[in-house]
Design a binder for this molecule. Structure first.
Ligand code: EPZ
Length: 449
């Protein structure tokens, strides 16, 4: 794979050490978890052209475009960060990931566009960050309810449609899964008749997918009880869509700035996408100023420890707990993070423990906090962390274990005596130019290719 946005080798690393407080302005890029979903959803249209504006220049987009190449989808990236897709004539029902490093969750979302066109699809099992088991049982059961016959093979899924094609379904998700909600929304659009999906996820990126489909002529509505109604249609009218700012990038830079006692303006950041998270930072005593063009985050005095539990939207997002974890490591007192979405997402704390030269090591426990029971209760999963700050990170080298851990480790390195970070592919998959942006805020950081 040659044309990644961020060409690096396996020996490339980032070196960072403590410097001045982060200060200045950065532009927040388009949301990773929206752009790839709109890209795949566009493939259910059989004619027309879609223009996606404000795409983030991240490798996840390129990995998805590689899958498009295999399908024969026509597309063009413009210098103004827009992506034009012409889904009309794609001609293959089979895709594979070039290497394991290039695998992602998007293969699951290609099933419906491919199978509704060819009656058959062969896609690789999804990859993505190793932050828990990441089962696909909801996807399998739900697609079967729409009439898809699925043969699970080692490494891939082979699917066929029966004579009746995709048919509308009434399906209840056992848990509000983001990916499964998106998959079934697309299946509902391509199916004959009506579909109701109960217990859906309603993350902002899913709402954007729904808005996109509604604007394309689909009859779709969300009820207050998290159920979504869709009337199947094959009349999809593509036009233009603008990617919303990445809320995880926003919180990552906010946490990094606050951890250095800095003051940054994140241009493009949107309050309405992150009410709960802003509330948590406010509770900790962070300075937050919401403006029309973005949000300013600034240190205005000692921060307080917190206890948070991650939850489905509009709760505190699992993708935010890693940036928050590093910030809490600089706050005096004991904080708790209870991870209730993914059962193994504290790898970043474990890799940092050996580098702590003063203060307490992070503790990752397998129980729920006293008096609470989440989905992982009694299952002995490492899903509760105790962070007692402040800690100081010394010198050393570490390997990134997953995407969001990647930025959290960069943040930790920017507070350290000097840390080298390897395995950068995971970081560049989801963050656009993270080193350049941190550098522009005054961080002591270098990418060594
Ligand atoms: C999406 O992953 C995001 N990825 C993740 O962001 C995000 O952390 C996650 O949603 C939760 O918000 C993308 O959008 C590409 P889920 P997804 O299905 O859809 C269980 C990032 O860093 N589950 O909502 O894969 C699952 O194991 C990434 O940007 C099943 O058991 O997550 C988990 O415990 C990381 N069976 C829970 O549901 C299934 O069939 C939520 O997962 C599906 C899910």
């Amino acid at each position: 794979m040659s044309n990644f946005f961020s060409p690096i080798s396996k020996d490339s690393y980032i070196f960072a050490k403590k410097g001045n407080p982060l200060f200045g302005t950065v532009q927040i890029s388009g949301a990773k978890n929206m752009v790839t979903k709109i890209m795949t959803a566009s493939l259910i249209a059989t004619r027309g052209k879609l223009i996606i504006k404000n795409i983030p220049l991240i490798d996840e987009v390129f990995i998805t475009l590689n899958l498009f190449d295999q399908l024969g989808v026509k597309y063009k990236i413009n210098p103004d960060k827009s992506l034009e897709i012409e889904p009309g004539e794609f001609n293959s029902s089979r895709v594979r990931f070039a290497t394991e490093n290039e695998s992602n969750r998007i293969s699951l979302l290609l099933i419906v566009p491919i199978i509704s066109r060819f009656g058959e699809a062969i896609v690789p099992r999804p990859g993505g960050c190793k932050i828990g088991k990441r089962k696909i049982d909801y996807h399998i059961k739900g697609l079967e309810a729409f009439g898809v016959k699925i043969m699970e093979k080692p490494g891939f899924l082979h699917m066929k449609l029966g004579k009746k094609g995709l048919r509308g379904s009434h399906f209840r998700l056992p848990f509000p899964s983001v990916g499964a909600t998106e998959n079934f929304i697309m299946a509902g659009v391509c199916a004959k008749g009506e579909t109701i999906i109960d217990n859906c996820a309603v993350e902002p990126e899913i709402i954007e997918l729904i808005k996109f489909l509604q604007n394309a002529g689909v009859e779709i509505l969300i009820h207050g009880d998290r159920s979504i109604y869709i009337k199947g249609t094959n009349d999809i009218r593509l036009s233009e869509v603008v990617v919303i700012p990445d809320r995880v990038e926003t919180i990552s830079f906010a946490a990094a700035a606050l951890s250095t006692k800095g003051d940054v303006f994140l241009r493009g950041a949107r309050q309405d996408l992150m009410i709960t998270s802003l509330g948590i930072l406010e509770k900790m005593g962070a300075g937050i100023e919401v403006k029309e063009e973005g949000i300013r985050f600034f240190y205005k005095g000692p921060l307080k420890p917190v206890s948070v539990a991650t939850d489905v939207y509009p709760g505190f997002p699992t993708d935010f707990q890693q940036p928050l974890g590093i910030l809490l490591s600089q706050v005096k007192g004991r904080s708790l993070i209870h991870e209730t979405i993914f059962e193994d997402r504290f790898g970043y704390l474990k890799v940092l423990n050996p580098l702590i030269v003063s203060g307490k090591r992070f503790v990752v426990g397998k129980t729920c906090p006293q008096g609470t029971r989440c989905r992982f209760w009694g299952k002995k999963r490492p899903h509760l962390s105790e962070i007692e700050g402040p800690v100081r990170f010394g010198e050393g080298q570490i390997y990134i274990s997953d995407l969001r851990a990647g930025f959290a480790l960069l943040n930790a390195a920017c507070l350290s005596d000097g840390i080298k970070i390897y395995n950068l592919g995971l970081l560049f998959r989801g963050y656009e130019n993270p080193v350049g942006k941190l550098k522009s805020l005054g961080a002591n950081i270098e990418l060594i290719r």
